[in-house]
Design a protein around this ligand. Sequence first.
Ligand code: HEC
Length: 289
Amino acid sequence: MPSVTRHSLITVAVLAVAALVIIGVFIWSGVYNIGADDTHTRPVHSVLQALRERSIAVRADQLQPPPDLLDADRIRQGAGNYDAMCMGCHLAPGMAGTELSKGLYPAPPNLTTDTVDAAEAFWVIKHGIKASGMPAWGKSMDDEYIWNMAAFLQRLPELSAGQYETLVARSGGHDHGGGETQPHGHDEGAPSDDSETHAGMEMGPNEKTDESTGHAHPPGTPADHHDSAAPAKPAPASASETVEHRHADGTVESHPVEPQPVEPQPATTPAAPKPDATPESDDGHQHQH
Ligand code: HEC
């Protein structure tokens, strides 16, 4: 081998080792802030964005959306699952940000304003996105149900809060043929004995507010505190109204009030939760300040 070539090979190898050492020291030092409240620098952000967009676009290109994608039944069915599984991060019409939507980084896009190509939506819903809050729903949901949600997303940006609620009420609720988590869809209307706690984890207006479901209280709260603190249900609210509650740090958060159902619910539809608008039990969870 000519000595010039050998020299340049050695130089490249030394530089490569030096680069690895620098990267190793950078990682080991802990200098990098992994916190979700510390945004990426512009170049890193651009690289990650290009990586994500190309990765999704190339894979979505190979998918063929069903010919009846925009069928009304698909859209209606997708609405119930969207409301149960996605709204806490991607919001619903007229809804202010939730703790999840505001706290995640990368931030979940607001799907009530952003339109997403159906095949790309299908791919992302099925496979999720690494190192982000976006789960791979394909682990518990068949493709047909995922297409139904991709179909619903094509309509979502056009829906008013009232139209959204009506679609969800008619959808049959959270249903994808098995594997659903059940905090939102108690099909038999039976009182739930699951003892989930939601301290600090608001998902939005559809959290169960039924006091028979488990929920977190600061120690020492009397068991009957809701009866004494919140004696009256609010009058039926219109779809555009929102409930506001104030956090200890002074920030105010608002959620849309569920409208009373406009028509009798079909037997398969879980009863719509009735949010209490009183400050003590506003949406069925408490922060432990
Ligand atoms: C825990 C929060 C969370 C939940 C729940 C969630 N997502 Fe996401 N989703 C995200 C985040 C975060 C991103 C953006 C990831 C990124 O930019 O890298 C995202 C991205 C997406 C995208 C891509 C949008 C675009 O413009 O490319 C779609 C579509 C989507 N989500 C649909 C859904 C659907 C449908 C559901 C319910 C089945 C859902 N998501 C549930 C957090 C969530």
